[in-house]
Structure formats: structure tokens, C-alpha cells
Write a protein that binds this ligand. Structure first.
Ligand code: CA
Length: 671
């Protein structure tokens, strides 16, 4: 998430001047009693409907019950009783109030605050202003009890496809009926006007293992009561963390609809062997004093500066306080809820370094107890300074202090395609010399390797990952110029065929590198966003994928598909330990000062149990052809000159001096 413009690098490394200074203002919150029982806020059982709100400093609290999700007066207002030992307020009625809605209201500092659905609303009315009482058992699709995501033995086996619900299906060319909805991904057999597969069939054809859906909890920016306005937003403005977003449902007025339809989406993907990863944004909320956190326990859930103002490591006006017990429990229990109720297979933490490593370790550990295949990764940086001490932050540089958590490698990203802050800047794959060593850091997944000189790294100066499973390699995502736009801009003097070649090369580097590969939806068909780098609130005309591209750039798609197939068939690209990489991945000696933009390495001795004895991988990021010396032998050509065929191969080679076309990769295999 990068919605506001900000200087990231400086705060990342230094942590700034105030880092680690716990403000006196925040210190008082540590003395609050906490409560993390499963009955927080709402329980419906045989004895009736029960509420329990955590609000240690409220002077009074009530529950308002409504007939509707919006409008009208409360049909009942129930006073709540305080329990000092755990800071909660409770009340009950003997009936099961399915179909009704409710809000809490607390008196704080002598004043009644605004109504709130609370922080644990699992179903909500339109626009998330009131919590809804529904029977969750009624929202399960048929066969849900046997529903299961793909089994993941090692995180390096995962291939992530990052998508926004509207991007994938809003364009008329998608052929999808439920455009921009959860249900879009349940529609099989959809095609573009020229007959190319779209939607879920497209994902299957490409072969990715997991989709990473942009924020799908209930967010603030889209008016669910006026969907005909077709407002677009990424959704990094959280409102209700434990209910799905209403604008992705076919009927936001019916609280069960968003729940049932999101489950149907998950089930459809699971039925096709595809896992579902949720983008989660616990690091900040859309509102400050008006958020559900502030209206239930004023001040508590956020970090503050000495003067009591909100600190802002998110760049969005506030930052949450995972280092406080009730907030840590909240994050842990919230992801566990999504894993249990919605069978979610992974979580991508936005601005993860706003959270502390202790919280993230708990997240991964407790999720693993539910399902060992759950993959957790995040942005190992903040967007501004934080009062949290640098050594406690879940930073990229601290990833080795965490277990079963991965971070994005901005090293590979910026080195391959050029820096994200400068649209014109080129990278290794587009002819800029001097980035070879940083690309190698990505290739070895930021693990210690005898042939990689970290002092020459552009972003990181040390081997920060103690295992390749801690690294997600990528060259683009929803943030910044997407790959196509970056190439169109930085290579504007060159023909499109060169841009297409560079895209293939760049993605080949991602898919052959150790760690977990991650790609942005639509790049396999050369999707662009009309040069808009921060498209979070731009219309569908900027964001929606035009599926006509799939026939126009079919060759590009086939190449990406080949990369996915190559990686899935060959464990050599998916090693699971630093030692294995150091032993089996051997770089060829190339003098970058004489032949820049050339990297050559071998994966040797049936690495990680691979059927191929040796794999030779060579990248030429230069605008001219370059030669490379390949040892003599019987090689199968797997990829060359922008073509790839991991199964049958493209022919044979005897080694010796081989030539790579400009912006291209050569992959050879020895049986
Ligand atoms: Ca919403």
C-alpha cells in the first residue's frame, strides 16, 4: 500500500530520531485489563443473544438493537454491566435475535460517543455502520465442510498472483456476469470476444497456485448504497476487519450475502486447486477518532507521540499498537477467524513493520496450528517513523527473528526493472549496468552465499534471510508503475517488441530465483494502467484488465505459462535451505565491468531432488546480443530468445560459445 507519496528509504534504515521512545501517553494503556475470549462482542446460543464489549475506561455502555442495517430508531436499548477484572461490559436477551442489527455506544470522559458496530462485527449492514446478527451455518456453500485449500509443503512452492476483484472482471471483454464481485471467480467457461479464457479459467490455464486478493474485509471508501456510481478503490482503508466488503457482494443490504458469496469464491478456487491469500491491513484504520477502535476503547489501539497526537508510521494518519496486549490478541484472533470461517490460505500483511516481531511470530504460529499450509508474508517496511523500537519492528532486516514469515524483496524488484521512485530509471533487465550483484541477492533469496558480495547491494547490505522461504521475489504489484507501464516509460525510445522481451526477461528472473515468486495480475497479457502509478481510487478505465490483450499478446501469455510450468516441475528453483543454495547454486565468473548486464549460473547435482542433473540459467539484460561460454555437453534448450518449453524443449545444444538476444534469458538443462 503506497497511497500517499512518501520518502521511504530513510525511515526504513535509520528508524528516525524518535524511534523506540515509548510515550508516557501510551504507557498508561499497558495497565489496562485485557480480554480475548471467543465471546467478545456477540454470541448467539441456546440461551439467547449475548454481548460482551471490551472498554476498560467507559463510564457507561449500551447496546442498541435495530430492525434494519440503516435508518430507523432502535427497537430496544440495553444497558450493559461492567466487569472490572477484564474491562468488559455485558448484557443478554433470552431470544436468538437473528435478522436484527445492533450497535454499541459508550460514555467516555462524561460524553456519549457515536454508535459503533464494535471491532468484532462479523456481519454488517450496508456500509458497515451496524453489526448484523446472522446464522453463519446458513452461509456455507454446499460441501463447505469438506472444503480445503491446496496443501503447501514449502512456501517456495507457492506461486502468487496478486489481483483486485474489479481489475480482473470489470472490463466488458471479461465475459464475466458478476463483474467486480466475489462471484466473478465462481464463473467457469468465461471467454473474451476472441474466445480466450478469462476469469478463473484463465488462472487455471496460467497455472498459479494462489491468488492474493487485495483488501476484501469491509473498507470505508466505496459507498455500498450507491454501487451504480462504480467507485473504485484498492481498499486500504479498513473499517470492519472481520466482515467482507459489501461492494463485492451482489447485495450489500443483506448482511449474509457478502459472507456467503465470499465463501463461494473461496470454494470455487479451492475446487480448482487454487489457494486464497488475503491482503490484511491491521496497521492503520481509515478514521482516527471516528474508527471503531476509537469508539470502543478511545486511544488504546493506536500509538501516539509525546503530545498525545496519533503517530503515523502508515502515512495514513495513524498507526495501530500491536505491542499492546489487546491489539496483539486482536490481530492474532482476527486472522485465525478468517482461516477458520473462510478457509483462507494465507495472509499478506500491509506495512508489516508497523507490527512487532513478537506479534507476527504469534500470528504465524497460531495459524499453523489451524492449517500448516497457511502462508504469511508482508511488507517489511513502514511508510513513516514509528515510536516502536527499530529492533522490535517486523522489518525486512529483522525477518530472521521471525519464524514462518516472509518479506517482499525490494532488492530484486528495484534492481531488475529500475527504481520505483523514478519512472525513467532502468534496471538490469532493461540495460542499466552495475546492478548485477543486487540481482544476485534476489536470485539467492537474500541468503548468505559465498559468491554474493552484499556490500555491493543497492537496498540491503547483508544476507537478511536465514532461509529462502523468508523471501517473496517480485518485480511489480499494485503499487507504483506496473511492469508494463514501467517498461513503456523507461524504454519509450525502443519498439514494443523490446519492451515485451524485457518483460519476459524480468519475469524469468523472478520465476527462476529462489524464494517465492509473486506476480501482478494481467502482466502475463501485457496489461497496463495507462501510466498511472498510484491507481488506488482511479476508475475502472485505468484499472480494469482489457482481455483483448490476451489474443494480442498470446505469445507473452504462453511464455508466462511456460515459466509457471517450469517452476512447478523443477524443485531446483524451489530450494528450502541456505546451505542447499550455497552448495547447489554456482555463479559463473563474469567480469561485470567488461560485460555488464550478464548473469550466468548453474543449479547443480540434481538440486533439491530435481530430475535434471544440471540447469544453466543465463540472463542478458543488455540492449545488444551477448555471448556466454557454456561447458561442452548434451544440453536441452529450455528457454531461448523469448521462447520457452520446459517439457519438450526447443532443441539441443552442445555448449561452447552461445549467443543471447538482447533482453533475453537462456535456460539449458542436462538430464
Ligand atoms: Ca465497505
Amino acid at each position: 500500500m503506497r497511497i500517499k507519496t512518501m520518502a521511504l528509504a530513510a525511515v526504513l534504515i535509520s528508524g528516525g530520531l524518535t524511534a523506540g521512545a515509548q510515550s508516557n501517553y501510551d504507557a498508561k494503556f499497558k495497565s489496562y485489563p485485557t480480554y480475548s475470549g471467543e465471546d467478545l462482542e456477540l454470541t448467539v446460543n441456546s440461551t439467547g443473544t449475548h454481548w460482551r464489549l471490551w472498554s476498560p475506561e467507559a463510564q457507561e455502555a449500551v447496546v442498541n438493537i435495530y430492525d434494519h442495517g440503516k435508518g430507523g430508531e432502535p427497537i430496544q436499548t440495553l444497558p450493559m454491566e461492567f466487569h472490572k477484572e477484564n474491562g468488559t461490559w455485558t448484557t443478554s436477551v433470552p431470544e436468538q435475535l437473528y435478522g436484527k442489527f445492533y450497535t454499541f455506544k459508550i460514555k467516555f470522559d462524561g460524553k456519549w460517543l457515536n454508535e459503533t458496530p464494535g471491532v468484532w462485527a462479523k456481519a454488517v449492514g450496508v456500509n458497515g455502520k451496524r453489526a448484523a446478527i446472522i446464522d453463519f451455518a446458513q452461509t456455507n456453500p454446499e460441501g463447505w465442510e469438506n472444503d480445503k485449500g491446496p496443501q503447501v509443503d514449502n512456501f517456495s512452492d507457492v506461486i502468487v498472483y496478486e489481483m483486485h476483484h474489479r481489475d480482473l472482471s470489470m472490463h466488458p471483454s471479461s465475459g464475466v456476469t458478476n463483474k467486480g464481485k466475489f462471484l466473478a471467480l465462481t464463473e467457469e467457461g468465461t471467454i473474451s470476444p476472441s474466445g480466450e479464457k478469462t476469469g478463473i479459467d484463465h488462472l487455471k490455464e496460467l497455472g498459479v497456485t494462489h491468488v492474493h486478493i487485495l483488501p476484501s474485509y469491509d473498507y470505508n471508501s466505496v459507498d455500498e448504497a450507491n454501487l451504480q456510481e462504480n467507485i473504485y478503490n484498492w481498499g486500504y482503508d479498513p473499517q470492519n476487519y472481520n466482515a467482507p466488503e459489501g461492494s463485492y457482494s451482489t447485495n450489500p443490504e443483506n448482511p449474509a450475502s457478502r459472507v456467503a458469496e465470499m465463501k463461494e469464491m473461496v470454494k470455487a478456487l479451492h475446487d480448482n486447486g487454487i489457494g486464497v491469500i488475503m491482503d490484511v491491513v491491521y496497521n492503520h484504520t481509515a478514521e482516527n477518532d471516528g474508527s471503531n477502535f476509537s469508539l470502543t476503547a478511545p486511544g488504546y489501539y493506536y500509538r501516539h507521540r509525546e503530545d498525545g497526537s496519533y503517530s503515523d508510521a502508515s502515512g495514513c494518519g495513524n498507526e495501530t499498537a500491536s505491542d499492546l496486549q489487546q491489539m496483539q490478541d486482536y490481530i492474532v484472533n482476527s486472522v485465525k477467524y478468517w482461516a477458520d470461517e473462510y478457509h483462507i490460505d494465507g495472509f499478506r500483511f500491509d506495512l508489516m513493520a508497523i507490527h512487532d516481531t513478537e506479534t507476527m511470530n504469534r500470528v504465524a504460529k497460531e495459524l499453523k496450528e489451524i492449517n500448516p499450509s497457511i502462508f504469511v508474508y508482508g511488507e517489511g517496511w513502514t511508510a513513516g517513523d514509528s515510536p516502536l523500537a527499530v529492533e522490535r519492528r517486523a522489518l525486512k532486516e529483522n525477518v530472521s527473528k521471525m519464524e514462518n514469515i516472509a518479506v517482499f524483496s525490494d532488492d530484486l524488484r528495484d534492481a531488475v526493472k529500475g527504481h520505483y521512485t523514478d519512472a525513467s530509471d532502468r534496471g538490469f533487465a532493461t540495460g542499466k549496468p552495475g546492478l548485477e550483484e543486487t540481482v544476485k541477492i534476489g536470485i539467492v533469496a537474500a541468503t548468505a552465499h559465498p559468491q554474493v558480495d552484499y556490500s555491493k547491494g543497492n537496498n540491503s547490505k547483508f544476507a537478511y534471510a536465514s532461509s529462502p522461504e523468508m523471501i517473496v521475489n517480485y518485480i511489480s504489484c499494485h503499487d507504483d508503475l506496473c511492469l508494463t507501464d514501467k517498461l513503456k516509460h523507461s524504454m519509450k525510445d525502443e519498439p514494443e517488441e523490446n519492451q515485451l522481451a524485457a518483460a519476459k526477461l524480468a519475469q524469468t528472473i523472478v520465476f527462476t530465483s529462489q524464494g517465492t515468486p509473486f506476480m501482478f495480475a494481467g502482466e502475463e497479457i501485457f496489461r497496463d494502467k495507462k501510466g498511472v502509478h498510484n491507481s488506488y481510487n482511479r476508475p475502472d478505465s485505468i484499472n480494469a484488465i482489457d482481455w483483448a490483450n490476451k489474443s494480442k499478446y498470446r505469445d507473452q501469455f504462453d511464455y508466462y505459462k511456460g515459466l509457471v510450468a517450469l517452476r512447478k516441475a523443477h524443485p531446483a528453483f524451489r530450494m528450502t535451505s541456505t546451505d542447499d543454495i550455497a552448495k547447489h547454486l554456482v555463479f559463473d565468473k563474469i567480469d561485470s565491468s567488461k560485460t555488464p548486464n550478464l548473469i550466468s549460473y548453474s543449479l547443480k547435482d540434481n538440486a533439491n531432488g530435481d530430475s535434471w542433473k544440471e540447469i544453466k540459467v543465463v540472463f542478458n539484460g543488455a540492449s545488444e546480443s551477448q555471448g556466454v561460454n557454456v561447458p561442452k555437453g548434451d544440453w536441452k534448450i529450455v528457454a531461448m530468445d523469448g521462447k520457452i518449453d520446459p517439457q519438450a524443449g526447443l532443441g539441443n545444444a552442445k555448449g561452447g560459445k552461445m549467443t543471447l538476444a538482447p533482453y533475453s534469458a537462456l535456460i539449458l538443462a542436462k538430464e
